[in-house]
Design a binder for this molecule. Structure first.
Ligand SMILES: Cc1cc2nc3c(=O)[nH]c(=O)nc-3n(C[C@H](O)[C@H](O)[C@H](O)COP(=O)(O)O)c2cc1C
Length: 373
């Protein structure tokens, strides 16, 4: 809750945030375990009906009294139907081979209004937003209900807009991140840059805004947590690092892929929005042809991905993972939070020792020329 004692970030025992992990991995058990360990757990609301979110919130509240957050997807705009139809035609063979019908490629707003109403009625400590910036009026209403508002940004321009809209903190997402890139607009024209890496982005955003920053993307060790804290972040938000925890709802095929070492890349092949995942058959076959059409392609490919998970065929599944997924550990979430915090403390001590105290100025030697009359 927005409290007299400062922001949630100022009160965390451990500056580690569990990223919202929509599409299966997010569970009340995972959220509660991270918040109970002194970090801050998010519950993903993406893809859920308001009633399903209400159930998950209720379950989480039975598991922990610690503060938690909920993450919402900001709705976009419908894609041109021709682009979606052409992509659907490409997938006909894959659907036949998997023995499924493709899904209806519909646009929707992910139950935006109903989920907002739910969160106004039963507020959580933080509501974070992804894929856009809520209107200032939405920010005000959530704050009036008692929640802090965090907005995920991928560039300094988005950071300024989020601050103007009244955000309390920014989740700064580097290009290393697993899952969807959180950009306000998914613009294929920007793909050539590859996105801004986390350390660069933290510096660029810090130069523009002065509200607290939560760093996310490719953080897979305590040393990386130490690095983003040193770069001015108030906390580190980790997603992929928690996917192998027993409390996560990560599918078996996804867990297996996370234990391997295939490269990651970004693709629109599965959902129509740019996302980072482990390369596989479907991504390699269709990535180059996939249009920017979210959530139409998400609905279109859902039966294929479901079939892949059921049959144990990782080649059909969106294997979201950040660039450091190989560092992932199979530990209970609370233990992982404690281990990462220990590692971060050790890394900061080492860095401090290397830097040492400021050098004391040496007395300057007189030069020969000065000695001459
Ligand atoms: C499986 C998965 C699901 C994700 N779902 C969401 C989501 O629902 N909302 C969101 O803001 N970010 C989501 N993300 C992105 C994370 O918030 C975060 O930016 C990312 O995990 C950071 O990079 P890392 O995975 O290397 O830690 C997801 C990431 C993954 C891997």
């Amino acid at each position: 809750m927005v409290s007299l004692h400062g922001l949630v970030l100022d009160r965390l025992a451990v500056p580690i945030v569990l990223a919202p992990l929509a599409g299966g991995p997010s569970t009340p058990e995972l959220t509660a375990a991270v918040s109970d360990a002194g970090g801050f757990g998010f519950l993903a609301a993406g893809y859920l009906a308001a009633s399903a979110l209400a159930e998950r919130l209720e379950r989480t509240r039975t598991l922990t009294e610690a503060p938690i957050g909920v993450n919402l997807f900001v709705p976009g705009t419908p894609a041109p139907p021709q682009a979606v139809d052409a992509y659907a035609a490409r997938l006909a063979d894959d659907a036949r081979q998997a023995g499924v019908e493709l899904g209806a490629a519909r646009f929707d707003d992910d139950n935006w209004a109903a989920k907002l109403e739910l969160l106004m009625a039963t507020p959580v400590a933080v509501v974070s937003f992804t894929f856009g910036c809520p209107e200032p009026e939405v920010v005000d209403r959530l704050r009036d209900a008692g929640s802090e508002v965090w907005v995920t940004v991928t560039g300094p321009g988005e950071a300024r807009r989020a601050v103007d809209a009244g955000a309390d903190a920014l989740v700064v997402q580097g290009a290393e991140a697993g899952g969807h890139r959180a950009s306000f607009r998914d613009d294929p024209a920007e793909d050539v840059t590859g996105g801004i890496g986390l350390l660069s982005l933290l510096q660029l955003v810090r130069a523009q805004v002065d509200i607290p920053l939560v760093a996310t993307g490719g953080i897979g060790s305590g040393a990386a947590i130490a690095a983003v804290l040193a770069a001015g972040a108030a906390a580190a938000q980790l997603g992929t690092a928690f996917l192998r925890c027993p409390e996560a709802g990560t599918a078996a095929v996804h867990r297996q892929a996370l234990a391997g070492s295939a490269p990651t890349t970004v693709t629109r092949a599965f959902t129509g929005r740019l996302a980072r995942g482990i390369r596989n058959r479907f991504l390699d076959r269709h990535g180059a042809a996939a249009p920017a059409a979210y959530p139409e392609l998400h609905h279109l490919t859902a039966p294929l991905r479901q079939a892949g998970r059921a049959a144990g065929d990782a080649g059909l599944v969106n294997l979201w993972a950040g660039q450091t997924y190989e560092l992932g550990r199979q530990l209970p979430a609370g233990q992982l939070v404690r281990t990462l915090a220990e590692e971060a403390r050790a890394a900061l001590q080492q860095a401090q020792a290397r830097l040492g105290p400021p050098p004391t100025p040496r007395p300057r030697k007189k030069t020969r020329g000065a000695e001459q009359p």
